[in-house]
Write a protein that binds this ligand. Structure first.
Ligand SMILES: [Zn+2]
Length: 372
């Protein structure tokens, strides 16, 4: 195991932070896997899974079982991790800019495309190396003027040449689910089975330039631009894995999730071994554009009548919103049928607030598809 320390730009004298990356197995020449956790620094289940993985990967490395380099970043957002305001951990948005830590990773597809134009050839493997080199160089040329940019750039440089990127998150109260692209789904489906993903939400471009999409989108855009004349492989795929809800931090779940990721890496060929049998997929993949963010029209006490993991019929009651002054009770229903994979942790809703997400089968939204 090789431990690397990456200095972030210090926003103020005496407040410097670092990103720590742990590298297992052979160097990336033989394939690379990148796994990080808690980019939203109020989401801890992934960090415990990463810690379990750290022990397992050290054992597998000692036993000579690692075929690819596996890079692990258990604390992907030290900036957000320190945000504890009057006993409440925050960690989703940077306080200086108000920006979501998991948005606006730099889009280099045009720069890389201009650089490689004229150098592409018949051989897809050669094209892949050409694009990866160009991407590494383009990221090396980028400069950060703020701590937030420096954190994003550090993570993006660490993951840019990986074959697979796993970004471990969680929701508020939720069952296991994941986000990836339709193009990557055939490769991601075994992970969805091992991890027991109850909703797998697919979108090529959800509009926020999130960490997972900054890798897949680059290859997709290069394929769009040059694919008619050249064989451009999808050199990287990524998955945002949502390990249930914020309170689901315990050893039994973390060791199951750790084992699921190890099983997937064996199945993928990054770790030597016999792949575990594939469990059934709990729920088919659905378009991210088919997710209904169910909002309440009124503010009040939020009393749920449906649990995460429940399949809802169209128009089913999800919650009641109670105004204890007027005694008005506002029922909140979903519109379309689907699996309710996540709901809010708050129990006092404000008018207009999204209280739950339901994965429906039919795409009906367009444009920006993510939460703020
Ligand atoms: Zn998150």
């Amino acid at each position: 195991m090789r431990h690397q320390i990456h200095d972030l730009q210090s926003p103020l004298p005496g407040t410097a932070r670092q990103i720590h990356s742990f590298h297992f197995g052979p160097t990336s020449a033989r394939g690379k896997i990148y796994i990080q956790s808690s980019l939203h620094a109020d989401e801890m289940p992934g960090m415990l899974v990463a810690w379990h993985l750290k022990q397992r990967l050290a054992e597998l490395e000692a036993a000579g079982c690692l075929r690819s380099e596996i890079v692990l970043v258990p604390v992907a957002n030290p900036v957000g991790l320190e945000q504890v305001l009057m006993d409440v951990p925050l960690g989703r948005y940077e306080l200086e800019s108000g920006q979501n830590f998991n948005r606006w990773f730099v889009d280099l597809s045009e720069e890389v495309g201009n650089d490689i134009e004229g150098q592409l050839g018949e051989n897809p493997q050669r094209n892949l190396h050409l694009i990866r080199n160009s991407l590494r160089q383009a990221l090396a040329r980028q400069t950060a003027s703020t701590q937030l940019q420096s954190q994003r750039l550090t993570l993006q440089r660490l993951a840019c040449d990986a074959d697979m990127v796993l970004d471990l998150h969680c929701d508020f109260e939720a069952v296991a689910h994941l986000y990836t692209t339709p193009e990557a789904w055939p490769q991601v489906e075994p992970l969805a089975r091992y991890i027991g993903s109850e909703a797998s939400l697919l979108a090529t471009d959800s509009g926020g330039q999130s960490f997972d999409e900054c890798f897949t989108l680059l290859w997709w855009q290069l394929k769009e631009r040059f694919g008619e004349h050249f064989d451009i492989p999808l050199g990287s795929f990524s998955v945002t894995v949502e390990l249930r809800g914020q309170g689901d931090v315990n050893h039994p779940l973390a060791s199951l999730d750790c084992q699921a990721i190890i099983d997937y890496l064996i199945h993928f060929g990054a770790i030597a071994g016999e792949p575990a049998p594939l469990p059934d997929l709990p729920y088919p993949a659905t378009p991210l554009a088919g997710v209904e963010p169910v909002a309440t029209p009124a503010g009040g006490l939020l009393v749920f009548t449906a649990l995460p993991g429940e399949y809802l019929e169209a128009g089913q009651l999800i919650a009641e919103i109670i105004d204890p002054i007027s005694d008005r009770v506002t029922p909140v229903h979903c519109t379309a049928a689907g699996l309710m994979y996540a709901r809010s942790l708050r129990r006092m809703a404000t008018a207009g607030m999204v209280i739950a997400h339901v994965a429906g089968a039919e795409a009906y939204r367009s444009g920006y598809l993510l939460s703020p």
